[in-house]
Write a protein that binds this ligand. Structure first.
Ligand code: PDD
Length: 271
């Protein structure tokens, strides 16, 4: 039997289905999803799943792609076309297709909607339930591995969008102890009153920036003092200069932080 997937209004065989490579879900994990159980061909807890979906969409500011009634039709039609009696139905909504940019695209961007249904073996899950399962404990690192350059960029897109909405260009993330980790898509630096450069040391809380590492080499060559340690927002606001580094911004002076000017509120000499 050919499996069928719903993509943006069409029910297609998997071999014909596609979404755009510049989909926000693909590039920024800028998407939400739901999974509902299908039992005896019927959806389980549909209303609760729809309520959570609408909440998730609302929290991310993604427009509702369709009414609850329309969702109901899409879910059931996907289940029907895949002849699922027992299994799951999965739906995913992304913010849609746009040229890669952390800031949200124009609000009229159409969300991308996917819906698939899959059979699961009822007897296998019953057998497993009869035996029970084992678990192992693991540190909750969801998502505390900013040292890996993954596309799990949703928190960064949200932070940068908020920054834009408040008239800024970028956001600086601050950890639980009040120290700056890095920018939304760049490493963060300050220069203290003595002219020393300060940037956070590499650990799991920041991306090991290539531009950062090149700058480190340059500083060594020029004999400029660098201190790798965390710094706070008040310290950065009181610094002589601040700047960010990345492949696209290179060395970009930061002239204000949370509305307070850094130095004399203009790009500094060293940056
Ligand atoms: N971002 N930190 C974060 C979270 C980043 O996303 C980036 C780069 C950097 C700087 O790394 P590099 O110097 O290697 O560019 C630090 C790129 C530019 C982006 O996502 O567009």
């Amino acid at each position: 039997m050919t499996r069928i997937i719903y993509v943006n209004g069409r029910y297609l065989p998997y071999s014909e289905a596609a979404i755009h490579p510049e989909d926000r879900g693909n590039q920024f994990a800028d998407a939400v999803y739901e999974v509902c159980e299908v039992r005896e061909g019927r959806l389980t807890d549909e209303t609760r799943h729809m309520t959570r979906l609408e909440r998730s969409l609302g929290e991310l500011g993604i427009p509702l792609p369709m009414s609850r009634a329309a969702w109901g039709r899409v879910l059931r039609e996907t289940i029907r076309r895949n002849r699922v009696r027992h299994g799951l139905v999965y739906l995913q909504v992304s913010r849609g297709v746009a040229r890669r940019d952390f800031y949200f695209p124009s609000p009229d961007t159409l969300p991308t909607v996917i819906c698939l249904a899959r059979r699961l073996s009822a007897s296998k899950s019953e057998a497993l339930a009869a035996k029970g399962i084992a678990v192992v404990s693991t540190p909750d690192v969801r998502w505390a591995r900013c040292d890996i350059k993954t596309v799990m960029l949703l928190p960064a897109t949200m932070a940068k969008q908020r920054a834009k909405e408040s008239g800024a260009n970028d956001a600086w993330f601050v950890d639980d102890e009040g120290f700056v980790t890095e920018g939304g898509s760049a490493n963060a630096w300050i220069i203290d009153r003595e002219g020393r450069l300060i940037t956070r040391a590499l650990d799991q809380s920041i991306l090991p920036g290539i531009t950062r590492s090149v700058l480190l080499d340059l500083l060594k060559r020029e004999g400029i003092t660098l201190i790798e340690r965390p710094f706070t927002i008040p310290e950065a606001q009181a610094a002589r200069e601040a700047f960010i580094t990345s492949a696209t911004s290179l060395v970009m002076p930061v002239i204000s932080i949370d509305g307070k000017p850094v130095g004399n509120g203009a790009p500094g000499l060293i940056a």
